[in-house]
Design a protein around this ligand. Structure first.
Ligand SMILES: Cc1cc2nc3c(=O)[nH]c(=O)nc-3n(C[C@H](O)[C@H](O)[C@H](O)COP(=O)(O)OP(=O)(O)OC[C@H]3O[C@@H](n4cnc5c(N)ncnc54)[C@H](O)[C@@H]3O)c2cc1C
Length: 411
């Protein structure tokens, strides 16, 4: 009998999984259930070219509609999967229908973390996770208007750069003492703070938001709009609109309600299998054991969604495939391409490689002498070197790392 493969979630991981199933020869039925009502699409352009209005909508799509029809992939779009009945091997959908599965992949991604302060519900307070979010935000993108971005992570900063391209005044507020503090070294944070300042973005760190303040006299009853952001020191920053970009939370409630093991994400093994052997998970929603680093991780990146979904699809087909990749991640801001290879957590030494003033440099992270991660800014060769050295568990001499004249791959 040919197994029915069902995928819940039509994002990067879901789109990749169905493609892998067909490319690797699965001949049985495949159904993808997505709540967004759109074909699987890429999110990175949502804070970059698509937000700027320079990328057409259909360029977001991972595959065009014809692909799914030609490959007999049943698309159930526009309604969420609401329940997994593990005993009957059935997924229930919000429109009242259901789909029976032999193997199930959860690729439900993550959702923008909501801010819990008074005024969070005011019109003009936005998030940036989906196509629909961009459509709502687009109406606000008027040259000369004032945007306050809450959160100086990569999404907040990419949106800041895009807003500046559109001649919008931008202030970024970050509760930490430097931007992108969760993912990069202080050298990289300082560099990006200076670059944003050059482009006219005001950045305030150690700034904790306590409320969004409505306009004094709303134009229409019940349509109060945000007019300012209040900080916990009592000061206020005027805003025509606000973008909240304070991180994401994994969408694991469907799995949790079905009794699958979860811990801030769906727990999977190295074969992307959950605590139910017929159910797999991949992408932003899955917490997996990183064999290379010896820790459990939940990675929010296209690379991970892509690679893990491929491994999950193969395992669903019975082709045992361990998901064990050194991750990488990119962020585009202005003309700067940052690529982070590996995971820096737990490092005991960091080496600056090159001069940030040249706008091309890297930071190498070591743990007990082993190179575990590299942040690169406009440094493509270092990025390629890092992809070679880190999986090989190289132990480069820190003096060589600090010398940009020595190619990283030869360090
Ligand atoms: C603005 C933005 C910019 C980004 N830029 C970068 C970047 O530059 N580089 C990078 O590496 N990464 C970037 N990312 C992160 C990257 O896009 C994510 O890591 C990736 O999309 C994860 O893929 P996924 O399939 O796991 O989740 P998603 O792409 O979020 O897809 C999950 C899908 O499942 C749906 N879903 C959830 N629950 C249900 C349900 N119960 N029933 C049906 N459907 C459901 C969701 O609505 C969604 O459509 C960015 C993300 C955003 C939002």
């Amino acid at each position: 009998m040919l197994s029915h493969m069902v995928i819940v979630g039509g994002g990067q991981a879901g789109g990749q999984a169905v493609e892998t199933l067909r490319r690797r020869g699965h001949l049985g039925p495949v159904t993808l259930i997505g709540d967004e009502g759109l074909l699987p699409y890429q999110r990175p352009p949502l804070s970059k070219k698509f937000l700027a209005g320079t990328l057409a909508r259909d360029r977001l799509l991972i595959r065009h509609a014809e692909y799914y029809a030609e490959h007999s992939i049943e698309m159930s779009l526009g309604f969420a999967a609401t329940r997994i009945d593990r005993e009957r091997q059935r997924v229930e959908i919000a429109d009242g229908s259901h789909v029976d599965y032999d193997q199930l992949l959860l690729a439900t991604g993550s959702s923008a973390r909501l801010i819990k302060v008074p005024g969070a519900e005011l019109a003009g307070v936005h998030y940036l996770r989906s196509f629909a979010d961009v459509e709502r935000l687009r109406a606000e993108l008027v040259a000369g208007s004032r945007c306050v971005i809450v959160g100086g992570g990569y999404i907040g900063l990419e949106a800041a750069a895009t807003c500046r391209e559109l001649q919008i005044e931008v202030m970024v507020l970050d509760a930490a003492d430097r931007v992108m503090s969760r993912v990069v070294s202080p050298w990289v944070s300082q560099f990006y703070e200076a670059e944003h300042a050059k482009h006219g973005v005001q950045i305030r760190c150690n700034a904790k938001v306590s409320a969004f303040v409505p306009e004094a006299a709303p134009k229409y009853a019940g349509s109060a709009r945000v007019a300012a952001v209040r900080l916990d020191d009592g000061s206020e920053v005027r805003a025509d609109f606000v973008l909240v970009a304070i991180g994401v939370s994994p969408n694991d409630s469907l799995a949790r309600d079905a009794g699958l093991a979860c811990d801030a994400g769906i727990l999977v093994d190295e074969y992307c299998r959950t605590s139910d052997p017929r159910i797999f998970a991949a992408g932003d929603c899955a917490r997996h054991p990183s064999i290379h680093y010896g820790i459990r991780v939940l990675l929010e990146s296209v690379d991970n969604a892509f690679e893990q979904a491929q491994s999950a699809a193969l395992n669903m087909m019975g082709i045992a495939t361990v998901h064990d990749k050194v991750p990488w991640f990119w962020s585009d801001q202005y003309d700067l391409k940052m690529i982070i290879v590996g995971l820096a957590q737990g490092h005991d030494h960091a080496v600056l490689r090159g001069d940030p003033a040249t706008r091309s440099f890297s930071v190498c992270y070591l743990k007990e002498g082993e190179l575990i991660a590299v942040d690169t800014v406009n440094a493509a060769k270092d990025q390629l070197g890092a992809r070679k050295l880190i999986p090989a568990r190289a132990r480069p001499d820190p003096r060589n790392l600090a010398d940009p004249a020595i190619p990283l791959k030869d360090c």
